[in-house]
Design a protein around this ligand. Structure first.
Ligand SMILES: [Zn+2]
Length: 301
């Protein structure tokens, strides 16, 4: 058994079991949804799972990601305190369970779900990841509209650009940029102040994350607000620190893989050592290294 750490919650899982079964053991009753005003009419909700972006205004509520199914009621209650308009739209930044878990509930409520083509493809069938298996989603939970490169919303006085980034955390990551409010939601391609999960056996990779950060950083101003997939509301300097941490660890692990080292040997070399104090919670360096390792070494499913 090993620990899964997402959104500050720790559950036990083994590669052969379903991730959802692990999360079902979590006590969602104690989770509180915290709302933070980000900029203009954009808000961020934190609970368990990925951070949620919210656009409010006269045209209705748009959510970016929806955490876990048992939290949908609490999430909608938190939204109601911000806006009396109905939730109309949902964007999924990627397919993972802690960002799409509320899709079924919201789909049943008539919310229009939009995501990259590969998000729908992954949700359609069972998936195997380094954190465990994930079961196919019912039809009502699937994105209704998908895009290959980008889609633009014109709502709530905002121009909101949703665009695909190269395979990074998964093979279907999108960034959501609220142009007027000067806010970007990065999904899990960026985790702030903590080691990220990388779905490196399903198209994600360290090289992809570094590329996505190198493309993103020049577009950020000093006052741009960045909503990370996990971690606190952030800024350009946090993104740069993350990019440099992951590039450094990645280069070390890549060199060791090229020398033919096994995963245990790479762990023993402690490639994250000087970062662990600042970045090693809630996921430790030892738990992070496999995601980096399988960015460079083949993995047999
Ligand atoms: Zn993820």
């Amino acid at each position: 058994m090993k620990k899964i750490v997402e959104g500050g919650l720790i559950v036990a899982a083994a590669a052969g079991i379903y991730v959802a079964a692990s999360y079902a053991q979590m006590n969602f009753d104690t989770v509180e949804i915290k709302a933070t005003k980000v900029s203009g009419n954009i808000w961020m909700l934190e609970g368990a799972g990925g951070n949620i972006g919210v656009s409010v205004g006269e045209d209705g509520v748009l959510l970016v990601d929806d955490q876990f199914a048992p939290l949908t009621g609490k999430i909608l209650a938190a939204v109601k305190k911000i806006s009396d308009k109905p939730v109309k739209f949902l964007v999924n930044t990627h397919w993972h369970w802690d960002h799409t878990g509320g899709n079924e509930n919201l789909g049943k409520a008539g919310v229009l779900i939009v995501a990259h083509d590969n998000v729908r493809t992954r949700l359609l069938t069972d998936q195997a990841t380094l954190l465990g298996k994930s079961a196919a989603s019912p039809k009502i939970a699937l994105p209704v509209i998908t895009f290959d490169n980008s889609v633009t919303y014109h709502i709530n006085g905002e121009t909101m650009h949703v665009y695909k980034v190269p395979p990074a955390h998964t093979d279907g990551d999108a960034f959501v940029r609220f142009k007027n409010a000067n806010v970007v939601h990065t999904g899990d391609v960026f985790a702030s102040g903590r080691y990220p999960y990388i779905d490196s056996v399903n198209g994600g990779s360290v090289a992809g994350i570094v590329k996505a950060m190198d493309d993103l950083i020049p577009t950020l101003g000093d006052d741009t607000k960045v909503i990370p997939g996990h971690g606190p509301l952030s800024s350009k300097k946090d993104v740069i620190a993350y990019r440099n941490m992951i590039a450094t660890v990645g280069a070390r692990v890549e060199a060791l893989v090229k020398q033919g080292k096994t995963l245990d040997e790479v762990k023993a070399a402690r490639p994250t050592a000087e970062f662990d104090a600042a970045w090693g919670k809630p996921r430790s360096g030892d738990e992070f290294v496999p995601f980096v390792y399988y960015s460079y070494a083949p993995y047999k499913k």
